[in-house]
Design a binder for this molecule. Structure first.
Ligand SMILES: Nc1ncnc2c1ncn2[C@@H]1O[C@H](COP(=O)(O)OP(=O)(O)OP(=O)(O)O)[C@@H](O)[C@H]1O
Length: 640
């Protein structure tokens, strides 16, 4: 080999930051290092078994896959080794010197410096291999990739201080060995009982045996001494159950076992919110173990972030992040799916067009929606509210993506409304309909930049007066979501700022008659206003929605609303010009004054009326300077 010398390389800046943060903030959680390293070892065994399906030379004659944990009390070391896939030099540099997750720099930049808070966040990030540095002041990795010659081994070493060294080494057996040189205050981990109990606690049900040296009683030890030094072989025994958890009957699995398995597959530190374990039999046969996390991962909104389930075929690991089994709006779910129908050499591409996968996707989607429905129904310890806070916005993508399940998804949505003024998203559509009068045929909503802006929108004045509840949509995604939700429980949705107001049977005949009379009376005023604003508005008409405000703008039923238009424009989309309709409230003193004006004064007041309606509707003025100078002109006149 050409490069036989030891090299020193620097960690990527993000790794340095992460290490620093982890060592300081995960102190109270330090024992998780073992779970993380055993999980990585188990992943490496899974990968080997998968690749060996196509090329069994990779086994190098040793098919008994296992993880071993050794310890040396005197030297103060704990060693985790596996006979898995191993790494070559490039992989070592890429995997143990950098962090490949996109969005890492932003994530790290957003940390508060408050160790308690950051410790929680780092759990969402997943620390993996680097967690070894919580308990060790030096970590040595010896690895050799399966199928490569013995002299292709690599030795990596670092004190976690910004650099690592690399040197070639000869390693007869494939796989990876990680030696943790424990910090002086962490030597207690080099202990059989401690390590065994951690394996039991965190890694009992990974699918491979975790072996530790057989402990001998002192008497055995005496007897054995000569024999042992003669052939040096250490006898190992398995210290975990080593059966893949999802293959066991539900009745044999405790809640704690479900929880630790979740941590094993998700690298999350928190317990899951809930889980669902099911075996499907019949035309298709598969087992799924699905989890809902408590906390959103840092990259939930990053479209490129890996997502999906761990796929197994007949217990053999096939791939991580198999995204074909769940729609995008359920990307927060984690878990395992083990199929009996797919072929062992199925690839991501093949998954895309597979009928069995499609039908499994339908089944798994239903499972998750059922889990959520149950969680919402019980709302034990406010669990659904917590879920909604973390993941509600993702679920809002559902109606657009999954038309077939939109009624089910709609039931799971939570809104703010005019019913209570907390602004919390806690109102369900069923709550709304339960409170609505029987003659109300629509579900009314207003969209706005913020809850307050929605609550004070002129468009909902009449609803307040008549005591009709209005849902206040103040999340950016809401208007887009509503464009995919047409109705719920035979009630259509109605944006209160769109189209002609139709309160249906809630309005009395008397109301309607009165309106017609008013309309006739103010016709000349409408024409005068329209003359001034002809380039800016589509029409001017008498409002039926305002009680306190002088005017408001309304867009046509099928036009884009103000919020949506703003989002599209911010995203650089060219929007077709569309003019709103100005609705005026003839009862308002301002309109009464306007009627008496003429000439420039009338023009100024009319334009101010339009600009104020624009502002109150949550939009921006095209020419704010013009508005201010007109207003000032009027104030000066008034004051004079
Ligand atoms: N025992 C091992 N054998 C082979 N490769 C390993 C081993 N441990 C780690 N690696 C490699 O190093 C990479 C980085 O490991 P690390 O634990 O930091 O992150 P991860 O497992 O990819 O992500 P996370 O732990 O956050 O889910 C792994 O993806 C894997 O490719």
């Amino acid at each position: 080999m050409s490069d036989t010398v030891k090299e020193t390389l620097g960690f990527q800046a993000e790794v340095k930051q992460l290490l620093h943060l982890m060592i300081h903030s995960l102190y109270s959680n330090k024992e998780i290092f073992l779970r993380e390293l055993v999980s990585n070892a188990s992943d490496a065994l899974d990968k080997l078994r998968f690749r060996a399906l196509a090329d069994d030379i990779l086994y190098e004659g040793d098919e008994s896959l296992r993880i071993r944990i050794d310890y040396d009390k005197d030297a103060g070391t704990v060693t985790i080794s596996d006979n898995g896939i191993g790494m070559d030099r490039e992989e070592v540099i890429a995997n143990l010197g950098t962090i490949a997750k996109s969005g890492t720099a932003e994530f790290l930049a957003n940390l508060s410096g408050d160790q308690k808070k950051d410790a929680g966040l780092i759990g969402q990030f997943g620390v993996g291999f680097y967690s070894g540095f919580i308990v060790a002041d030096r970590v040595t990795v010896l690895t050799r990739k399966a199928g490569m010659p013995a002299d292709a081994g690599v030795k990596w070493e670092s004190a976690g201080d910004g650099e690592f060294t690399l040197e070639p080494q000869t390693q007869d057996s494939r796989g990876t060995t990680i030696v943790l040189h424990l910090k002086s205050e962490e030597k207690e981990f080099a202990d059989a009982w401690r390590l065994k109990s951690l394996v039991k606690k965190y890694s009992d049900h990974i699918a491979f045996p975790v072996e530790m040296p057989v402990e001998k009683s002192p008497a055995d030890d005496e007897e054995d001494k000569t024999e042992r030094s003669a052939d040096e072989a250490v006898a190992y025994e398995s210290v975990n159950a080593a059966t893949a958890l999802w293959t066991l009957p539900k009745s044999e699995i405790s809640d704690d076992e479900y929880k630790s398995f979740y941590k094993h597959i998700s690298h999350d530190f928190s317990d899951p919110l809930t889980w669902s374990h099911n075996k499907v039999e019949g035309k298709l046969e598969y087992t799924s173990l699905l989890y809902l996390p408590t906390r959103a991962p840092f990259d939930l909104y990053n479209r490129e972030a890996p997502r999906g389930l761990k796929l197994y075929v007949q217990r053999v690991f096939i791939m991580d992040d198999a995204e074909q089994f769940l729609p995008l709006y359920l990307r927060f779910a984690k878990g395992v799916v083990d199929s009996n129908d797919l072929s062992l050499n199925v690839s991501r591409e093949l998954l895309q067009n597979d009928k069995a996968v499609e039908s499994m996707r339908g089944g798994l989607t239903k499972r998750i929606l059922d889990m959520l429905t149950k969680l919402a129904k019980d709302n034990k310890d406010d669990e659904y509210s917590k879920f909604w806070k973390e993941f509600g916005r993702v679920l809002k993508e559902g109606p657009a993506e999954d038309y077939a399940n939109r009624e089910k998804i709609a039931k799971l949505l939570r809104f703010s409304s005019t019913h209570d003024d907390s602004g919390a998203e806690s109102v369900t559509l069923d709550d709304y309909l339960e409170r609505a009068r029987s003659e109300q045929k629509k579900i009314y909503y207003v969209t706005a930049e913020s809850y307050k802006a929605g609550l004070h929108s002129p468009h909902i004045e009449i609803f307040r007066k008549k005591g009709i509840e209005v849902l206040v949509m103040h999340d950016r995604i809401d208007e887009w979501m509503m464009s995919h939700l047409n109705e719920y429980a035979e009630h259509t949705f109605q944006d209160v700022a769109k189209g002609k107001l139709d309160l249906g049977d809630v309005e009395t005949e008397e109301d309607k008659k009165k309106q017609e009379e008013v309309e006739k009376q103010v016709e000349p005023l409408l024409t005068r206003i329209k003359d001034v604003l002809k380039d800016d508005v589509e029409a001017v008409r008498v409002t039926h929605r305002l009680t306190d405000s002088p005017a408001c703008l309304v867009v046509a039923e099928h036009d884009m609303g103000v919020q949506m238009r703003k989002i599209m424009e911010a995203a650089g989309q060219a929007m077709p010009e569309s003019k709103p309709t100005l609705e005026i409230n003839p009862e308002h003193p301002l309109l009464k004054r306007l009627e008496q004006q003429s000439g420039e004064r009338f023009d100024d007041l009319t334009r101010i009326l339009l600009d104020q309606a624009t502002l109150a509707g949550g939009d921006q003025l095209k020419d704010p300077g013009d508005y201010v100078s007109r207003l000032n002109r009027l104030i000066v006149e008034l004051a004079g």
